[in-house]
Design a protein around this ligand. Structure first.
Ligand code: SF4
Ligand code: FES
Length: 246
């Protein structure tokens, strides 16, 4: 298939940036979206032009690096997948595809389609961990009984890959779904109880300091999340926050 691509080009953080149009030809419907970007970059390099900077690493939906806003949707038109899992068969021959970086004050553009998401790391460092004693013998498997329901809910929350699509999809650029997933994965397990109070207070404080907006329950984050993280995690985080504040 042949496509017209409108891509955000920005030389650096201080550059104003603009949309630039490119043509790509002979794209296979079996290619991934990032492979299509590779084809474009190879042609740009062959012409001596600057290739388009975009983030990627695992290319199998695990690392959360491939943060592209495609035709106005985080990770493109498909559901429950990352950009690297998006296939060109989702597009039609002759179509124009718009590709932009995540847009949020807390995610400044570094270059072209690459944004700085270290704000997420600072939120994690503020409390997204547990402290356990790892010396000595392995704990008996049945020493800490955990219900199947809570184990499953915790695993679901732990599926968050920190991609930032929730922020990019939210009209307020809220990071509530991300932070709620990171709080919930521990709040549901006995191992997370010890530091529960400080965790939620510190992570929410850091989230606010980073400049993310407030949640107004529009639910766009849940729709666009590649790991289908549920809004119920935000409700759980709010309960944890209220408990900790009291
Ligand atoms: S909650 Fe979903 S969209 Fe947000 S960072 Fe985690 S995986 Fe990405
Ligand atoms: S490149 Fe790792 S999730 Fe897409």
């Amino acid at each position: 298939m042949n496509l017209t691509l409108k891509i955000w080009r920005q030389k650096g953080p201080q550059d104003k940036g603009k949309m630039v149009e490119y043509k790509v030809t002979d794209i296979s419907e079996h290619m991934s979206f990032l492979e299509m970007m590779d084809v474009l970059n190879e042609s740009l390099v062959a012409k001596g032009d600057d290739p388009i900077a975009f983030d990627h690493d695992c290319r199998e939906g695990i690392c959360g690096m491939c943060s592209l806003h495609i035709d106005g949707e985080a990770h493109g038109p498909d559901r429950g997948i990352t950009t690297c899992q998006l296939h060109m068969r989702m597009f039609k021959d002759g179509e124009t595809v718009t590709i932009e970086p995540w847009r949020a004050k807390a995610f400044p553009v570094i270059k072209d389609l690459v944004v700085d998401r270290t704000a997420f790391e600072r939120i994690q460092q503020a409390g997204g961990y547990i402290s356990v004693n790892t010396s000595g013998n392995t704990q008996d498997a049945n020493a800490l009984p955990i219900s199947k329901l809570n184990a499953d809910l915790s695993m679901d929350a732990a599926a968050c890959i920190g991609c930032g699509a929730c922020v990019a999809s939210c009209k307020n650029s809220s990071a509530m779904l991300f932070v709620a997933a990171k709080v919930s994965q521990f709040a549901l397990l006995p191992q997370g109880k010890v530091e529960a109070t400080q965790r939620v207070l510190n992570m929410v404080k850091q989230m606010d300091e980073e400049g993310f907006g407030n949640c107004t329950n529009t639910g766009a984050c849940e729709v666009e999340c590649p790991k289908s993280i549920s809004l119920t995690n935000i409700a759980r985080m709010n309960r944890e926050y209220l408990k900790a504040s009291l």
